[in-house]
Write a protein that binds this ligand. Structure first.
Ligand code: IMP
Length: 197
């Protein structure tokens, strides 16, 4: 019997790698979007954006689809950049531009004021009951300087006290175990294991 297909609806290669690594033991064939561009992330919340991406993928490919959306919420900035995390320094900026802007905004702030949280919503569409969402988060601090070369996005300035490293100092396996995305995907994986059997 051929394997069930699972579309991973992201245009971000880093995310595709992380999501498929965590879901590796699911008995599915991963499908990517290829050249198809996701619609604009114009939702007011990361939940809305995750659902928009997974429902778009399902409509286009007519197969079970998984998508995520992530926000970095910094206490001292009242939860910003949040849903605007990818465009914090402006439209079409690099990961580095966003990290620099955040370090500048927090310049001179003490550790207590550098508290932050990564929050991820995973949405799965194409289920019998429509779309389902799963949430994961990880608490940490924004460092004063960049540390580590792995990962992507804000990883080099996000310190996780329970591990004692920034996310960019962790191996991919270490990051996936404790990350917002890892935690949300593990919940989705448990659901899909039951759903697919
Ligand atoms: P997105 O809207 O889900 O693509 O995520 C918004 C932004 O958050 C991305 O552009 C990245 O800069 C950042 N981001 C998402 N996931 C991670 C992560 O696992 N580590 C560090 N930064 C991330």
């Amino acid at each position: 019997m051929s394997k069930q297909k699972l579309l991973v609806a992201t245009n971000n290669k880093d995310k595709f790698k992380e999501i498929t690594a965590i879901l590796d033991s699911l008995n599915v064939e991963f499908v990517s979007l290829g050249d198809i561009e996701l619609p604009e992330e114009d939702g007011k919340t990361i939940e809305e954006n995750a659902i928009k991406k997974s429902e778009f993928g399902f409509e286009i490919k007519k197969m079970l689809t998984i998508a995520d959306d992530t926000g970095l919420e910094v206490d001292a900035l009242n939860g910003a950049p949040g849903v605007y995390s990818s465009r914090f320094a402006g439209e079409n900026v690099s990961y580095e531009d966003n990290r620099k802007k955040l370090l500048n905004e927090l310049a001179g702030k003490k550790l207590e004021e550098r508290k932050a949280k990564f929050r991820c919503i995973i949405a799965v569409s194409g289920l019998e009951k429509g779309t389902k969402t799963f949430e994961g988060s990880v608490d940490g601090y924004i460092t004063e300087d960049e540390r580590g070369n792995s990962g992507f996005g804000y990883d080099a300035i996000f310190f996780v006290p329970e591990i004692g490293k920034t996310m960019a100092e962790m191996s991919p396996e270490e990051k996936n175990k404790i990350s917002h995305r890892g935690r949300a995907i593990v919940k989705a994986k448990k659901y899909l294991e039951n759903y697919l059997n």
